[in-house]
Structures are given as structure tokens and as C-alpha cells.
Design a protein around this ligand. Structure first.
Ligand SMILES: *Cc1c(COP(=O)(O)O)cnc(C)c1O
Length: 383
């Protein structure tokens, strides 16, 4: 079979694709089409009604006062940190605590804001930042704690926010994988001084292109993030800060408005898949993620661990099942970052990266597909 250079053509050969975005968006095709038409007919394509509407609804959804749409999740993180710098709350060289096993974007945002990322090992059971190790990593220069709700599971926010308060630190949530998750009745995004969301197409709330947002209760921060993502200006041609161009356009805002209405029902479908996997997969060499019967996990990814990952991946591939690895190389070992972390080692993170495997997970998987994955896992014999 010819392998095309486009990943979507590679995906088409799997009977159980990892994430079928076409199937997800096709569910809402009529609504998405009419939303696009509405934008075309409006004659207004940047920072108009669609964005204002989405910002209001997403802030309401998260339980925060403000939402500012930006160009991506990465920009949501870096613009927040830069805004805090402009507001005099952080200075060049100040330290930011981030999980060592996060997606690299979290760390790139810190560097982009000229701050220093300090990597904190995760709790091995939850994959999330360990509050105790975070506390130990605090120095005179620490200004921000930046937990990530990795794989859709909320970090230990009660302890991390208490820690931030005790130590006088700013708290920024990277909620790019956890739209709609909630802990103690409080949504992801409503715990810190601010939170960053990504609406990259593959996220639980995905646009049909790039998009992101910052949510916060702080009016001044919201204003500053909006300015920095709009050439540092609030009033056209009056530039108060050295900004950039990072805006959530009207078409993407209109797509997100359509999809926001279905976010909870999609999370419920993901939960059903996770529950079936958790109850169905039984294999001595497959370690399942700890199952949570509550809303604190929206199952962005279903991540198992095994010491024989390559063998399991190949076995599943031969059965038509597509898997991915989140993530194969830890950030501190990436060529781009090696200069920052050269002499450091993070054994928990390294062991996670060498053993994790993400099974297909989406709100459009059929029962049959879920059972195919369960049976294939249970029938695997690596030796
Ligand atoms: C996706 C993601 C980002 C970056 O979002 P983009 O929209 O791709 O820029 C940041 N952090 C985490 C944890 C992510 O998963």
C-alpha cells in the first residue's frame, strides 16, 4: 500500500482511528455551515460579535468573570505571563514551576515570556504535578506555579492553590486538555489567577483551526492579555505595549460557539469509553490509569503504561488500531531545550515517557470499536 505524506491518509487505514475528527465535526455539519455563512454575511472577520459571544459564554461555562480569545493555547499561556510582567507582578528571570512531563508548549511559553521554567516531577499515579515536590522547588525567585491538567485529569488544585497562597505565588492553570473538568464543584480554569485553554482541533473543545483563550476574574489581566494579543493596542493605532498578533478570528469563534453546546455530552461519551476500557482490559503487562468516578477527569486521553510498549503498539496496529504516545520524549531531553536542563534528570518523568501509550479515545467511537480495542489488548501475548 502506498503511504501518502499526509497523516490523515495514514489514519484512514485504521479500522479504529485514534481520533476521528471528521466524524466529530460531521455531527454538527449543518450548524457549522450556517455559522460560517453567518460570518461571511456579516462582513466582519476579526474581533466582532462571534468572538464577544463566545468569550461571554466560555467565561460563564468556566465560572470566571472574563474570557479573552487568542490565537492558540501556547499564546494563551505566554500572553498571560507577559501580561503579568507588564503589570509588574513578575520580572525577567523569575521562576515558574511547571510539571516536567508536560507537553512542551507549557515550557516554551515560560521561555517566551523571559521567565525560567523549573521542572517539577509528577505524582506517578495521576501524571500531574506533585504538590509536595512543587513546595520543595520554591526559591526566592519563584513567582508562578503553572500546573497542567494532563490527559484531561485535574491536578491537585486544592493543595496547589493553597501552596500558591501560602507562598505568595501567582497560579496559572494550563487547562488545554481539560475543558469542562471540575473538582470540588469548581471548573478547570476557575482555580488560579488565570487559566489558558487551547482549542486546537484535537482538544476536547476543538475549533476547525487554531484558537485559544485566557480565562480570569482579573479585569486588569484580561485587558492586558487582550492588548498584548492585538499589537499592544486597545484603541486602533494607539500602541501602549510591545504586543503581537494573536487573535481568535470570527470564523473560529463561530465554530466554537456551535461546539460549546455539546461539550458536556461529548465528555460524557468519553467517560463511557474510559469506563469500558477500565472494566474490560485485563492484562498482567498493561497498567490502567487510576479510574475516577467523578467529573475531575474529562478523558482527553486514555493513557496506559506497559514495559513492552513497542510490542503492544505493533500488535494493536496489526489489528487495525491506531495508538499514539503522549509524549515520546520528555521536554528536558528535547534538542530545543537541552541547553536549559543539561545537568538535570527526572526519573519519574523519564519512566513515564518510556512506558505510556494512548489508546483510541473520542466521543464518536462505536461500541464495536471500543470492544475491538479491549479484545486486542486482552489477547496480546508479547512473548
Ligand atoms: C495543546 C496544548 C498546548 C498548546 O495549545 P496550542 O493551541 O496547540 O498552542 C499547551 N499545553 C498543553 C498541555 C496542551 O496539550
Amino acid at each position: 500500500m502506498a503511504i501518502s505524506k499526509f497523516p490523515q491518509d495514514v489514519q484512514a487505514v485504521f479500522s479504529v482511528p485514534f481520533l476521528d475528527l471528521k466524524a466529530i465535526n460531521t455531527q454538527y455539519k449543518d450548524e457549522l455551515n450556517s455559522a460560517v455563512s453567518r460570518v461571511i454575511d456579516s462582513g466582519w472577520y476579526i474581533r466582532g460579535r462571534e468572538l464577544a459571544n463566545f468569550e461571554q459564554r466560555f467565561a460563564e461555562y468556566c465560572g470566571t468573570k472574563f474570557c479573552v480569545g487568542v490565537g492558540s493555547g501556547l499564546d494563551a499561556l505566554s500572553l498571560t505571563l507577559k501580561a503579568w510582567r507588564q503589570m509588574g507582578l513578575a520580572d525577567v528571570g523569575d521562576e515558574v514551576l511547571v510539571p516536567a512531563n508536560t507537553y512542551i508548549a507549557t515550557i516554551l511559553a515560560v521561555l517566551d515570556a523571559e521567565l525560567v521554567p523549573v521542572l517539577v516531577e509528577p505524582d506517578e499515579k495521576t501524571f500531574n504535578m506533585c504538590p509536595k515536590l512543587a513546595a520543595e522547588a520554591i526559591t526566592q525567585r519563584t513567582k508562578v506555579v503553572l500546573p497542567v491538567h494532563l490527559y484531561g485529569r485535574m491536578a491537585n488544585m486544592p493543595e496547589l492553590s493553597a501552596l500558591a497562597e501560602r507562598a505568595g505565588l501567582l497560579l496559572l492553570e494550563d487547562a488545554a486538555q481539560a475543558h469542562g473538568a471540575s473538582l470540588c464543584g469548581r471548573k478547570a480554569g476557575a482555580w488560579g489567577g488565570a487559566a489558558a485553554f487551547s482549542f486546537y482541533p484535537g482538544k476536547n473543545l476543538g475549533a476547525l483551526g487554531d484558537a485559544g483563550a485566557v480565562v480570569t476574574d482579573d479585569a486588569e489581566l484580561a485587558r492586558m492579555v487582550g492588548m498584548l494579543g492585538n499589537y499592544g493596542s486597545q484603541e486602533k493605532y494607539v500602541n501602549l505595549h510591545i504586543g503581537s498578533n494573536s487573535r481568535l478570528d470570527e470564523i473560529q469563534a463561530a465554530m466554537l460557539l456551535v461546539k460549546l453546546a455539546y461539550i458536556d455530552s461529548e465528555a460524557a461519551k468519553r467517560t463511557i469509553v474510559a469506563k469500558k476500557y477500565s472494566e474490560g482490559i485485563r492484562h498482567p503487562l498493561i497498567e490502567l490509569p487510576e479510574w475516577l468516578y467523578d467529573a475531575s477527569h474529562v478523558h482527553h486521553l486514555f493513557v496506559i503504561r506497559t514495559t513492552h510498549r513497542d510490542a503492544l503498539r505493533t500488535h494493536l496496529k496489526n489489528k487495525g488500531i491506531q495508538t499514539l504516545i503522549h509524549y515520546p520524549v520528555p521536554p528536558h531531553q528535547q534538542a530545543a531545550l537541552i541547553q536549559h536542563f543539561r545537568h538535570l534528570s527526572f526519573p519519574i518523568t523519564e519512566s513515564i515517557h518510556s512506558s505510556v501509550l494512548s489508546l483510541p479515545m473520542s466521543p464518536v467511537m462505536t461500541n464495536e470499536q471500543v470492544n475491538t480495542v479491549i479484545d486486542a489488548c486482552n489477547l496480546w501475548s508479547p512473548f
